[in-house]
Design a protein around this ligand. Structure first.
Ligand code: GLN
Length: 488
């Protein structure tokens, strides 16, 4: 069988056998990116064909010299919040429209050292705030399955590029669901590792105690392969943990037989679309058929996850985003009257509406007189949520349920109702509050649109997630389904 050039594994096989060169794979990605851009708007910038092809040629040269790295010659895109030296990094914001970082994120350094070929920077919600990719200064991303619908957010560009088979993987970040939810809505796989598994150095910060980088790809095996390259201790990020690496080969070989799968009752509550619930139940039944044990479990504090998250995340954002003052970074207004005017107008012009709203609510929650009532209380709820998870992981290996309560919604549908948009995160944000690893994998369709199965494990147990996700993809075909018009 000829290798599947849409996957990292297939591309590596083609490179190893000499069936393809890195230059050919990069030309293919650049060509697809150019064709997809009008329809999807999934890239904010491209690194330029010359630059990408030079990196591909270097990968070909290294492979011929016997020095191929684990991703040598594989084209990819970065969510546009990973700093890339000499390549614009906008974070989806007018504030950073012209920002060219003088250094690269650790994640980029590692993928680059492994031989990955960066082709461009993926569109995203401004400062990673959103669940629909409609809050990008560079315009919304369109879902490849239906161009009138959102791809999910905030890593909508990354998910759309992988779903459209432009690149076999893209980096992404997840503060409250932004890897898993767009992966679910675009019918691809995405892994958000344990908080501290991947360095945040050089990643533009949204909410530092929640932000974590991960991967979107077509298969769990590809996600694991790339995560292996990205992860590991980095002394430049004080929250990056010095832990042993995941044994990816052992994780992929884990059988489903005997796996203990928890089904949290609260994840199947009101608001779950019927077709989504049915596809997820069928996936859980498949686990049972493969010899897994299914256990109903309770996460009673789940109902407080959204309110706690939407206090803590904006509070941290208000602090992180104070650095964008028109002086040191990014947009500066024209002809300021005085210093206060410079701050005010630079921020008013540079930040979009959603970002301003979050800075205001976050500042409010942290102000004297409200700190105890909002921020401190939310932190206590965060502890209760983490305790819920710790308790259930004494009895189960992974939790399984819907990543998102609905399939991809129409562009514009939830813009007028921010609460409805925040509710799209109902099953994802608790995981970030507890710092756990989680994944979304395709598990069926509802209304002709992809449904994602969310799997969650205890901290540092990515091996269980990878085993459970890969095992499922060995016996199902959902991850192979391609959006209409995508050539194989
Ligand atoms: N939708 C959530 C938010 O807007 C999560 C975003 C994310 O994970 N970056 O905060």
């Amino acid at each position: 069988m000829s290798p599947d050039l849409d996957t990292v594994g297939g591309q590596l096989d083609a490179l190893a056998s000499g069936a393809s060169s890195a230059r050919e794979l990069t030309e293919r990605a650049l060509d697809r990116a150019a064709h997809a851009q009008n329809r999807l708007n999934a890239l904010i910038s491209s690194v330029g064909a010359d630059h990408a092809l030079a990196a591909a040629d270097a990968a070909d040269y290294n492979r011929a010299a016997g020095r191929a790295g684990p991703l040598s010659g594989i084209p990819f895109a970065h969510k546009d919040l990973f700093c890339t030296a000499g390549v614009p990094t906008t974070c989806g914001s007018r504030m950073l429209e012209n920002f060219v970082p003088p250094y690269s994120a650790t994640v980029h350094e590692r993928i680059d050292a492994a031989g990955g070929v960066l082709i461009g920077k993926a569109n995203m919600d401004e400062f990673a705030m959103g669940s629909s990719n409609e809050h990008s200064y560079f315009g919304p991303v369109h879902n490849p399955w239906d161009l009138t619908r959102v791809p999910g957010g905030s890593s909508g560009g990354s998910a759309a590029l992988v779903a459209a088979r432009v690149v076999p993987f893209a980096t992404a970040t997840d503060t409250g669901g932004s890897i898993r939810q767009p992966a679910a809505l675009c019918g691809v796989s995405g892994i958000k590792p344990t908080y501290g598994r991947v360095s945040r150095w050089g990643m533009v910060a949204y909410a530092s105690s929640l932000d974590q980088a991960g991967v979107i790809a077509l298969t769990v095996a590809d996600c694991a392969r790339v995560l292996d390259v990205m992860s590991g201790f980095d002394p430049r990020d004080a929250t990056c943990a010095d832990r042993p690496k995941i044994d990816v080969a052992a994780a992929l070989a884990r059988p489903l037989q005997g796996l203990r799968v928890g089904r949290p009752r609260q994840w199947f509550g009101a608001g779950i679309e019927d077709g989504v619930g049915a596809a997820v139940e069928a996936a859980i039944a498949e686990y049972a058929r493969q010899g897994a044990t299914i256990v109903d479990v309770d996460l009673p504090s789940s109902e407080y996850a959204i309110p706690a998250y939407y206090v803590i995340a904006p509070a941290e954002a208000s602090s992180n985003l104070s650095r964008f003052d028109g002086v040191r970074f990014g947009h500066r207004c024209a002809d300021p009257k005085d210093l206060a005017d410079l701050y005010k107008r630079s921020r008013a012009e540079g930040f979009g509406h959603e970002v301003q709203k979050r800075i205001l609510t976050g500042t409010y929650a942290l102000s004297t007189g409200y700190y105890d009532a909002y921020y401190l209380r939310a932190q206590r709820v965060r502890r209760l949520i983490a305790n819920d998870y710790a308790r259930v992981f004494a009895d189960v290996d992974v939790l399984a349920g819907p990543t998102s309560p609905t399939v991809a919604f129409k562009l514009g549908e939830k813009l007028a109702d921010p609460l409805a948009l925040y509710l799209a995160d109902i099953n994802t944000v608790g995981v970030n509050l507890a710092g756990l690893p989680a994944m979304s994998i395709p598990c069926g369709f509802s209304q002709g649109l992809p449904v994602g199965l969310q799997l969650v494990a205890a901290t540092w147990r990515e091996d269980l997630l990878i085993g459970a996700g890969h095992g499922y993809q060995q016996v199902t075909e959902w991850h192979r389904a391609a959006p209409p018009g995508v050539s194989p």
